[in-house]
Write a protein that binds this ligand. Structure first.
Ligand code: ADP
Ligand code: MG
Length: 345
């Protein structure tokens, strides 16, 4: 089952996949103004998602997850920076393009189960509604197909009040898929569900990702979600801070092992967020010393003298491996602080 995470699906996606990434956030900024106060919800967020990927975005409450999803969903616009989804530049959408974008290019599932469905329509009618707005034909048949896909064959004529929370979210997924969107966005889709039901919902999303090839972005504060996806991006203070990649590898004994690795994210400007635990462990504050070694960069507390890399030096307190990456070039600027120690005069 885990292999599904790494093996590209053979199921033919319903839509041809565009070349290149389907979602690109470039230095995205969103500032809310409340009276005289400015709240910087996103501060230069970079994120690239390829077609057919299913990723999770995690982060503490207030880190900017919903702000990001609202922008990607076409409900809100960035203050600065750029967000492009399936070729739509979200900062420059006119009213008609925005309506079309929200109706046909993205599907959104919200945490509040009630927000996703109309209470006086049954499951089938709820799924048909977005297709009616788009004026597409064959609605009943497609609605039935989608409800079967999410495992609700026997709930076609139930209204939301007669469905459990998990079933309502399944209908919501079918509604979001009605117009065959390129991207499915889910904001805390399991926030009101118990852990067993949550796992079932993630499983449904995984099946959709595999069978329809829909790109899926799940926002959650539940760190366990990373067990369901190949890539989990963590947001801290409105920026991507780290990423966990999961893959399977075959060991010598022939067994498959899941390998989960956490990386710090290096943005295009060369910025890096060190995990809070690392900062606290060594007492890194304000400024640090960077030492460029042959194949890595060392980060030292500023109070340390001028450390020299190499076998003779004490084990570096924090190491950022940036081997052969552009960052290595980025630090060898003319700035004295960033020179290799042996280059210093
Ligand atoms: P998350 O979904 O990760 O909990 P949000 O994106 O909702 O975080 O919020 C990020 C920050 O922006 C928070 O400090 C929040 O208080 C603020 N914020 C979100 N929406 C608004 C708004 N409409 N007006 C003012 N501030 C907002
Ligand atoms: Mg939120």
């Amino acid at each position: 089952m885990i292999e599904e995470l790494v093996t590209p699906t053979t199921a033919t996606p319903r839509r041809p996949r565009p070349d290149g990434p389907v979602i690109v956030c470039d230095n995205l900024v969103r500032i809310y103004k409340v009276a005289d106060l400015e709240v910087v919800a996103l501060q230069g967020l970079d994120l690239v998602i390829d077609p057919g990927e299913m990723i999770a975005i995690v982060g503490a409450s207030g880190s900017g997850k919903s702000t990001l999803l609202n922008i990607l969903g076409g409900l809100d616009s960035p203050t600065a920076g750029r967000a492009t989804v399936a070729g739509y530049d979200l900062g420059r959408l006119g009213r008609r393009a925005r309506t079309r974008y929200r109706r046909e290019v993205v599907g959104v599932i919200w945490q509040q189960t009630a927000q996703n469905l109309l209470p006086y329509l049954d499951a089938l009618e709820n799924v048909e509604l977005p297709m009616a707005f788009a004026g597409s034909g064959g609605r009943r048949q497609r609605a039935e197909e989608l409800l079967r896909l999410v495992g609700l064959d026997d709930r076609f004529h139930h209204r939301p009040e007669a469905l459990s929370g998990g079933e309502q979210q399944r209908v919501a997924i079918a509604v979001a898929l009605a117009n065959d969107p390129a991207v499915l966005l889910a904001d805390e889709p399991t926030g009101e569900l118990d852990s067993t039901t949550s796992a079932e919902i993630f499983e449904v999303l995984r099946r959709i990702n595999a069978e329809l090839g829909t790109t899926i972005v799940i926002v959650t504060h539940d760190a366990l979600v990373s067990e369901h996806v190949a890539r989990t991006v963590a947001i801290r203070d409105g920026r991507t801070s780290s990423v966990v990649l999961r893959r399977t590898e075959r060991a010598h004994d022939g067994e498959h092992h899941v390998i989960s690795e956490e990386f710090a994210v290096l943005d295009r400007a060369g910025r890096l967020q060190l995990p809070r635990a690392h900062l606290d462990a060594i007492g890194l504050v304000d400024r640090v010393r960077l030492v460029l070694a042959d194949d890595h960069v060392e980060i030292w507390p500023a109070a340390t003298g001028a450390p020299r890399p190499g076998p003779g030096s004490p084990p570096p307190p924090a190491q950022v491996v940036a081997s052969d990456r552009p960052a290595a070039a980025g630090v060898s600027t003319g700035d004295e602080r960033y020179r290799r120690p042996e280059d210093r005069r």
